[in-house]
Design a protein around this ligand. Structure first.
Ligand code: C5J
Length: 236
């Protein structure tokens, strides 16, 4: 595991105990990333999100190499929609609603092809996958217990979309006492201006919700040259 030197970040470098740090990858699902999924039914240009894939893949590879806990989340609902509030299902005028049949199966429903994580970032054995019905990864999930069990204090957060599920999760985590470092190039939005503002909202006011860094800084920090101590998490 890398040392506990400071990670380059804004508004200021942050010292992380890497053995108490997890990589949290938010909702890199086909439903958000690919044509025919939930994101596109809402009228979005899904190609805007592709830029986050390579940076996340690089950090994911480094996290796997160092034995860091990796947590993937998936937004979605039970087939009977019992966990989908009508206020969510009925909102707006999408081309298909949550639960409707689409080209990748029923929109945003657990177990359907569209609900799955994209192949480039597919979880491997030992990684945690959290299914969440809401935007925040803590709401109505076991994420808090999982992080506690592994002694996690810090989260490297990436995924989509910056201003919706990433921001909501970071705010939830901040209130629960986690240090959140959001990877700017590992997040994306259908609206580039919301991506920018979403990051600004996190790091403003002295880091009101956390820090913003990027994949290159994390890769430097996790590189073998910086590794001085054994990974606390290699038995995961
Ligand atoms: C959205 C998400 N945008 N994962 N979900 O509805 O950000």
């Amino acid at each position: 595991m890398a040392n506990s030197g400071k990670l380059a970040a804004e508004p200021e470098p942050v010292a992380l105990d890497w053995s108490a740090t997890a990589l949290l990858i938010i909702d890199m699902q086909r439903d958000f990333m690919e044509p025919g999924g939930f994101g596109e039914t809402l009228g979005n240009d899904v190609s805007q999100l592709a830029r986050a894939v390579k940076p996340i893949a690089a950090v994911l590879a480094a996290a796997r190499e160092t034995g860091m806990l990796v947590v993937h989340t998936r937004e979605g609902h039970l087939p009977d929609l019992s966990d989908a509030p009508p206020a969510k299902v009925e909102r707006g005028a999408p081309s298909l609603r949550i639960g409707d049949p689409g080209p990748m199966g029923r929109i945003l429903i657990r177990g359907e092809a569209g609900h799955d994580i994209i192949p480039e970032l597919y979880p491997i054995d030992g990684e945690v996958v959290i299914d969440k019905p809401g935007k925040g990864a803590f709401y109505a999930t076991e994420l808090g217990e999982v992080l506690q069990r592994y002694g996690i204090e810090n989260l490297l957060v990436c995924g989509v979309t910056t201003e919706v599920c990433v921001n909501t999760t970071v705010r939830e985590a901040n209130d629960r006492g986690y240090r959140c470092v959001v990877l700017a190039d590992g997040c994306a939005s259908y609206f580039p201006e919301f991506h920018e503002m979403g990051l600004k909202m996190i790091k403003a006011q002295g880091g009101i919700f956390g820090w913003v860094s990027d994949s290159a800084a994390v890769l430097r920090a996790l590189s073998p040259e910086n590794a001085t101590t054994a990974a606390a998490g290699t038995s995961r």
